[in-house]
Design a binder for this molecule. Structure first.
Ligand SMILES: *Cc1c(COP(=O)(O)O)cnc(C)c1O
Length: 380
């Protein structure tokens, strides 16, 4: 490719017109197996579709290009990607450092599943670099970072964490789901692995569940590639195709998500029902400067603490008409939810429990005045 700007890569990387038919869109290859011209005589490098599938390859090449990585691996879900990654880079006895407000499913995977395999963990506030240094142990294999975090929109300094992790001989893994590669490219800031739930902004249309890992290191790529095939939690061809179709508009969608979120934050900041708004674009957000340094813009996710506590929070999420009450995020349609009772139920009672006066918005790309009107009537 001669052009390397993000918008162009999103539409063309891994997506050259099909050499046999000229199809402009990568074909949906459903074949589970591929004819060999004599034993081992592979025509296009494909033998069996768990090991590799051309539609999945197109998605993986595009994701690698968008994150500034050399290789990407697509999985059946974000958690499948995380599980495969941790089995690739950590052994029984290894220690993982987690954000104090990690995505609940990542916490559950590490604390509830991989703990049975001998992986230990500590959760720590990643914005507090001294606390991170103090929590590192000789057996720490992975520093797991999310920025912005789900649902508290905390910000961690990726470059600083990469330095700390590497000094300790650990890998820095960044869950880039909330920012998407359009807003933030962790590998270029020193991270070793980027994790995505492509279910969210990358796919962008709430019609497919998927995950991905992206790396820039050949040894790491070989380890992950081995485990992707050996564990087998791969993205199916149709899921890959849908995700790739979503990616084409990632840049324009993200700009609109950011525009709409910024306007909503501005209008709601003076609303008497609201105690506090969590948005990294606000100058008084504790991570604002770091976010401004490492992100292009501040994203489409907004947290709202309500003055009336949990009762008001539950009433508001039940009253919106355009914002749909649902889990997940990052799609073109606006969603609203109560993390304490929905997405983060799995961390209730743990150190990662989220406040119950909190409502989370995934601001979509509808007309912003319609969205503001909907929120104002629900807050009345
Ligand atoms: C949704 C999500 C995941 C998990 O991804 P799935 O595709 O649901 O398995 C991981 N991290 C973050 C930040 C998420 O929002």
């Amino acid at each position: 490719m001669s052009a390397h700007s993000f918008e162009t890569l999103a539409i063309h990387a891994g997506q050259e017109p099909d050499p046999t038919t000229g199809a402009v869109v990568p074909p949906l290859h459903l074949s589970s197996t591929f004819k060999q011209d004599g034993v081992g005589g592979l025509r296009g490098g494909y033998e069996y579709a768990r090991s590799g599938n051309p539609t999945r390859t197109a998605l993986e090449e595009c994701l690698a290009a968008l994150e500034g990585g050399s290789r990407a691996f697509a999985f059946a879900s974000g958690l499948a990607a995380e599980d495969t990654l941790l089995r690739s880079v950590a052994r029984p006895g290894a220690h993982v450092l987690l954000p104090g407000d990690a995505y609940g499913g990542s916490y559950r995977l590490i604390a509830g599943v991989l703990s049975n395999w001998g992986i230990t963990h500590t959760s720590v506030d990643l914005a507090d670099l001294d606390a991170v240094r103090a929590a590192i142990r000789p057996e720490t294999a992975v520093v797991w970072c999310e920025t912005p975090t789900n649902p508290l929109l905390g910000i961690a300094d990726i470059a600083a964490l990469a330095g700390i992790a590497h000094d300790a001989g650990a890998l820095l893994v960044v869950d880039n789901t909330f920012a998407s590669p359009y807003l933030q490219q962790p590998l270029t800031l020193g991270a070793d692995v980027v994790v995505h739930s492509t279910t969210k902004y990358v796919g962008g249309h709430s019609d497919v569940v998927g995950g991905a890992l992206v790396v820039n290191d050949q040894t790491l790529a070989e380890k992950i590639g081995y485990h992707q095939n050996a564990v087998g939690a791969v993205a199916g061809p149709f899921d890959s195709w849908l995700t790739l179709r979503g990616i084409k508009t990632l840049a324009v969608r993200m700009e609109r998500h950011c525009d709409n979120a910024e306007r909503i934050v501005e209008v709601l900041s003076s609303n008497p029902a609201i105690e506090k708004i969590l948005y990294p674009g606000l100058p008084d957000h504790p991570g604002h400067e770091v976010a401004a340094k490492q992100m292009r813009r501040f994203g489409g996710m907004v947290g709202i603490h309500l003055r009336g506590g949990i009762d008001t929070a539950l009433a508001v999420v039940a009253k919106t008409k355009i914002f749909t009450l649902a889990e997940s995020l990052g799609g073109v349609e606006s969603l609203i939810e109560h993390p304490g009772k929905m997405t983060h139920q799995s961390v209730a009672g743990s150190p990662l429990e989220v406040p119950d006066d909190l409502v989370r918005l995934s601001v979509g790309i509808e007309n912003v005045d319609d969205l503001i009107g909907d929120l104002l009537q629900a807050l009345e």
